[in-house]
Design a protein around this ligand. Structure first.
Ligand code: C2E
Length: 738
């Protein structure tokens, strides 16, 4: 470098906050390089000097410099060569070339090799300092630009990533409603490629029924808070040949948000340019919502409509029937022995039984009819468009036939029956509440009349229903207050005219109604479950009385107690019977329990084992009302029965019809064959007594001898049994057994 500059040039103030720029001065002329160093340093730069191109390249590789002042003509390595070997790329140091060469070529070459500027010697210090400043400023701006660019690139990548991995469809539409952009999600969600969608109208994707809503969402020119939000639409999926789906499976449900795009035009203001937004797949949410709605209207166990849906359907059906002048039938069905299954076999079996019942009921009905489960073992049926009310009879009969077949719960055969009440619209009411209530009342009527049947509603049932309801409450109270007591009726033996036993019969002393028959309150007690408390109370009373008679020396007779099948089905049945007997220190063989034939139809194995256990303790078992219902002889053989009682219905007509006589004769034959004791009940007349006697039955019970008596009166009879035989002539002669 041969140029000389005044070294006393006044220094420029350096901005306090600006970092000190580091300059590298490369010149083989040591003196010039040092004076240049001095010049730039007094102007606030940090300068480093090196005297060869090689040293310059080494330094640049090791340290950071902000600018190089490079002499072109140097021995060993020229400035041009240095320029060519400087590292390329972002980190390249800006270079200002200083040369004494007069020609432009050197400058052009230097610029081509990457120099930022060229300064020809001699130059003014101000010129040098301005060039340095410009170069540094340029470099700074370049760096800043690069960094902005890099940030833009980063954000572009991020944006692309977000768009591509979005779980939502992101789209833009032009002002005609054609897609101008759509992300990849359209492919995974609907099966269309992005490319095929571009330029297509949005209706290509929309369910026809949703066009109107879509049009509203995409064309309402909304912005800001008025943007279309959460509009529910169904989008069509592309059908693939391999997939044969249900028509509704070809659609997914989305909620879309749509916002108008507006341009700014100096003349036209803000014209509408299209729409952008997102569409979120809510198919799963919809399914969950549908499942919840289904659950709200269906019974979870049987999946049948529940009470709420039944009422809805009934409301609609009533409207329809009113318009078309049709009749409807509402059936209320209650299973008769469901509680027993639940209590004895457990809830799992109970649930299984309900499911099987529901399936069979469904088979009895037409497609358009509704079968619902109201809860527990109660089902309701809605039969549409009856030609005549009796049509419901056909269905009811069908139901009976269906439910008659045994149900298989695991390997158990279960028999159940049902009680059905029927109400007809409009004959029995025109509101849903009335119709359901009246079908229910009719069903209760069936229950009270012995279950297993069906009955149409009749207005006379209403008062009976209310009477029964209040009776139930009163019965509960009567048990608590011990208003129910035992009467005793003697069983006699014609041979020797003696009392062989007593039958305890319950009587309810009702404060207003007087003496209520057990025929009325025992079924009610069984129906309501009060039978357990009642049974326990009466057994205790019987034991107390028996203890008194024993203590009074009246001890040559047994006491028979009626037992409801429900009590036998209790797990603790045996101990419930034995406990009070033992508590009162009575001998078990003084007691007999009377069971009815329908027990034989229930849980046979368990009943047999419980009765056997009682038998092993000396308690006798009598089969009451024998002959009134079907009981197989095979059952009879398996049950540990000691005696059979001929039902009074056979006895009452014994003399007028020969048929009854032959039934009694057959029963006597069975008893004889099975070596069972035989006793006839309901004997009211001497001829009946004689006929029975002639048929081989000498043990009897009936009004002829005594009505059931309160304990006090029975005590007198026991002291003097001849009172019973005052009107009974001595038997003329024993006739041989038939
Ligand atoms: N017409 C007529 N009837 C006669 C004659 N002799 C006796 N009776 C009646 O016939 C019924 C015989 O009792 P059941 O067949 O065990 O039939 C009983 C029995 O099944 C049931 N019952 C009575 N007390 C109890 C009880 O404490 N527990 C249970 N579970 N059931 C009972 O109620 C039914 C009816 O009992 P009651 O009204 O006392 O009616 C009794 C009795 O009073 C007669 O000569 N002519």
């Amino acid at each position: 470098m041969s140029s000389i500059y005044p070294i006393n040039a006044s220094p420029k103030p350096v901005a306090e906050t600006a970092p000190l720029a580091r300059l590298l001065i490369v010149d083989d002329n040591v003196r010039l390089a040092e004076s240049l160093k001095y010049l730039v340093e007094i102007h606030g730069y940090v300068a480093h000097v090196c005297n060869s191109g090689f040293a310059a390249l080494d330094l640049v590789a090791e340290q950071r410099f902000d600018l190089m002042l490079l002499d072109l003509s140097m021995p060993g390595m020229t400035g041009h060569e240095v320029l060519m070997q400087l590292p390329k790329g972002k980190q390249r140091i800006p270079v200002v070339v200083i040369s004494g060469t007069k020609t432009l070529n050197a400058a052009i070459d230097a610029m081509r090799h990457g120099a930022y500027d060229f300064l020809r010697k001699p130059y003014q210090p101000e010129e040098l300092l301005r060039t340095i400043e410009n170069a540094l400023e340029h470099s700074r701006l370049e760096l800043q630009n690069k960094s902005i660019h890099a940030r833009l690139e980063e954000s572009e990548t991020l944006y692309q990533y977000l768009i591509d991995s979005s779980p939502d469809i992101i789209y833009t539409l032009d002002d005609n409603g054609n897609f101008t952009f759509i992300n990849n999600r359209v492919e995974t969600l609907l099966g269309y490629s992005r490319e095929t969608m571009l330029g297509k109208h949005y209706t290509l994707l929309i369910h026809e029924e949703d066009y109107e809503r879509a049009h509203h969402a995409f064309n309402e020119r909304r912005t800001g808070n008025r943007a279309a939000k959460n509009v529910e639409l169904r989008l069509r999926c592309q059908e693939r040949r391999s997939e044969r789906r249900q028509p509704e499976q070809n659609y997914i449900t989305v909620v879309i948000n749509a916002m108008g795009i507006y341009g700014t035009h100096p003349e036209h203001g803000t014209p509408f340019n299209g729409t952008y937004g997102v569409a979120r797949d809510i198919t799963e949410r919809k399914k969950a919502e549908q499942a919840i709605t289904h659950q709200a209207y269906h019974d979870t166990l049987t999946d049948l409509p529940n009470r709420m849906l039944f009422k809805d359907r009934l409301t609609v059906a009533i409207h329809h029937a009113k318009r078309n002048k049709h009749k409807l039938a509402i059936m209320f069905l209650d299973l008769d022995r469901f509680k027993w299954v639940n209590d004895t076999l457990g809830h799992l079996y109970g649930d299984e039984l309900l499911k099987q019942v529901a399936a069979r009921l469904r088979n009895c009905m037409r497609e358009q009819d509704t079968l619902a489960r109201m809860g527990g073992d109660e089902f309701t049926m809605l039969l549409h468009e009856l030609n005549q009310p009796d049509d419901a009879t056909v269905i009811a009969q069908k139901i009976f036939d269906e439910l008659k077949r045994p149900f298989m719960l695991d390997d158990r055969e279960i028999f159940i029956s049902s009680s059905i009440g029927i109400a007809i619209y409009p004959d029995h009411g025109d509101s849903i509440e009335n119709l359901i209530k009246r079908a229910d009342i009719a069903m209760y009527h069936v229950k009270w009349r012995g279950k297993n049947g069906f009955q149409y509603y009749d207005p006379s049932m209403n008062s009976m229903f209310h009477k029964k309801l209040s009776l139930e409450n009163e019965l509960r109270r009567a048990i608590e207050k011990r208003q129910i007591v035992l009467y005793y009726q003697p069983k006699i033996h014609l041979d020797g005219h003696c009392v062989i036993g007593l039958e305890a019969l319950a009587r309810w002393h009702h404060p207003e109604l007087g003496l209520v028959s057990p025929l009325e309150f025992i079924p009610l007690a069984e129906e309501t479950g009060l039978i357990h408390a009642l049974g326990e109370m009466l057994l205790e009373e019987a034991c107390v009385q028996m203890r008194q008679w024993q203590d009074a020396g009246l001890n040559n007779f047994s006491l028979a107690i009626n037992i409801s099948p429900q009590l036998v089905e209790e797990d603790a049945f045996v101990s419930r019977i034995l406990t009070p007997i033992r508590h009162h220190q009575l001998s078990e063989d003084l007691f007999e329990i009377e069971i009815t034939e329908n027990l034989l139809m229930r849980d046979v194995e368990s009943s047999i084992s419980k009765l056997k256990e009682l038998g092993s303790h000396g308690i006798k078992i009598a089969l009451d009302d024998f002959g009134t219902c079907y009981s197989s002889l095979a059952y009879l053989r398996r049950f540990p029965i000691h005696s059979v009682k001929i039902d009074k219905s056979f006895v009452s007509d014994i003399s007028s019809t020969s048929e009854n006589a032959s039934i009694i004769s057959a029963i006597a034959g069975i008893a004889n064959g099975f070596k069972l004791d035989l006793i006839a009940e309901g004997v009211e007349t001497i001829p009946q007594m004689h006929t029975l006697q002639s048929l081989g039955c000498t043990k009897m019970q009936g009004f002829l001898f005594s009505k059931p008596l309160p304990a006090k009166e029975m005590t007198q009879v026991l002291h003097n049994p001849s009172l019973l035989f005052q009107d009974v002539p001595a038997p003329p002669q024993m006739l041989p057994l038939l």
